[in-house]
Design a protein around this ligand. Structure first.
Ligand code: ZN
Ligand code: ZN
Length: 412
């Protein structure tokens, strides 16, 4: 039992609440919240002295096994190396205040288990298993001269691979069933071309309508949902109409596609910091001027996309999608968005809306009775100054608690 006292609570229901609360944490959950003091009994009491207590943040688009920015090379890392390198990536996310992350392709159930049983530290991990891609699609990293079998064993289980190649309605149904059997929380598909993949221009649509319908039906049969990588308005409207729950990236959206998303209740997970990071460090990382120009275009349109999505009332979760050394920029996604959407809106995206995307509303992303005790103690008020969540890898986040256990304990 732990009591946090003198807490200034910040979440979607407390945008600007000056009351000082006490929060009682029992068995990993928030059991009581009350203004003023709670009887201590056997609880360890931590006086946070008026600091902000907010829910742990949720990043809805990460790749925890991507230690190498070139995903083709990452997919060929020896399994042991790929997994060992995921450990500090997961720890870094937790240290920055992300107590839940949704992996958009690559992480497997072994990592989930290792975190749950305390073998390694990390956020709650919601995995997709391997992302599904068609031949020549966004997770097919062979160049034009490479005609090797991308998946000789029938299902790509290289630990460092973010995706697997699958074509045809029957094959894709089986792939979903395999990923679900292996412990996936949701299914990820590549539904359009991308920025840095070798043979798929960004304007391509990927997978047939029948294939996508089959994935959506299978995911729903397994009581879960589909997240789709999609950039263009055409790709976005198509998959939103077919019933996917979240659109990943979505930079090239227009008003018409945003209206389709709003009508279908589709969520957006923009990932703006990844283009920002590429423009900062891409040259050193050996990206060509051509790729950098393409990246700059997508980056600027991504900022525009925030305004379009907001105009149509489409709900947005936080995504970062960073690879390799760039993982360290994760929280800068908040600052980039806040310039367009305002601080409080972005805090809601990083907490309560993230929980809706994960199907954990009321359990994650809120400071509420019955919710998991995933919370941050912040020295400062993020509504006034979002940078307190960002500075120096979370230096102002003086306390991080996950499931009632301190990852970083304030004042020690
Ligand atoms: Zn993607
Ligand atoms: Zn991604």
């Amino acid at each position: 039992m732990i009591i946090l006292k003198n807490c200034k609570v910040l979440d979607i229901h407390h945008p600007d609440d000056a009351t000082l609360y006490s929060i009682l944490v029992v068995d990993g959950k928030i059991q009581r919240i009350a203004a003023g003091e709670l009887p201590a009994k056997d609880a360890a009491v931590v006086d946070v002295a008026g600091k902000t207590v907010m829910p742990g943040m949720i990043d809805c688009h990460v790749h925890v096994i991507a230690s190498v920015a070139n995903l083709g090379l990452n997919g060929r890392l020896p399994n042991t190396l790929a997994i060992l390198r995921a450990v500090p990536i997961l720890q870094g996310m937790l240290e920055r205040g992300f107590t839940s992350v949704r992996d958009a392709g690559g992480a497997d159930y072994a990592l989930t288990r290792a975190i749950e049983d305390g073998t390694i530290d990390g956020p709650r991990l919601f995995i997709s298993g391997k992302a599904l891609s068609q031949t020549g699609g966004h997770a097919d990293f062979r160049d034009r001269y490479d005609h090797s079998d991308p998946d000789p064993c029938g299902c790509n289980r290289n630990a460092g691979a973010i995706g697997r190649i699958v074509d045809g309605v029957d094959a894709i149904r089986k792939a979903v069933r395999e990923e679900m059997r292996s412990g996936a929380n949701q299914i990820k598909i590549m539904a359009s071309g991308g920025v840095a993949s070798p043979t798929d221009p960004i304007g391509n649509l990927q997978f047939s309508v029948d294939e996508i319908k089959a994935v959506v039906e299978e995911a729903q049969s397994h009581q879960t949902y589909v997240m789709a990588h999609a950039y263009t308005a055409a790709a976005i409207s198509r998959v939103a109409r077919l019933g996917v729950k979240t659109i990943e990236h979505g930079n090239l959206i227009d008003d018409e596609a945003a209206a389709v998303m709003a009508r279908h209740g589709t969520y957006a997970v923009p990932t703006l910091v990844t283009y920002d990071a590429m423009s900062k460090v891409g040259k050193q990382q050996g990206l060509s001027d051509d790729t950098l120009a393409k990246n700059e275009n997508v980056r600027l349109q991504g900022i525009e996309a925030l305004k379009i999505l907001q105009r149509h009332g489409v709900k947005m979760g936080i995504g970062s999608d960073l690879l390799g050394d760039m993982q360290q920029y994760q929280t800068e996604e908040l600052e980039i968005r806040a310039k367009v959407l305002g601080n409080f809106e972005v805090i809601c995206q990083a907490t309560a809306i993230g929980a809706e995307i994960l199907d954990r509303q009321g359990k994650l992303g809120v400071i509420a009775e019955g919710a998991y005790a995933d919370l941050l103690v912040v020295d400062g008020n993020p509504v006034e100054d979002i940078s307190v969540l960002v500075k120096n890898q979370g230096e102002k986040i003086v306390g991080v608690m996950k499931g009632g256990t301190w990852v970083r304990q304030p004042f020690l």
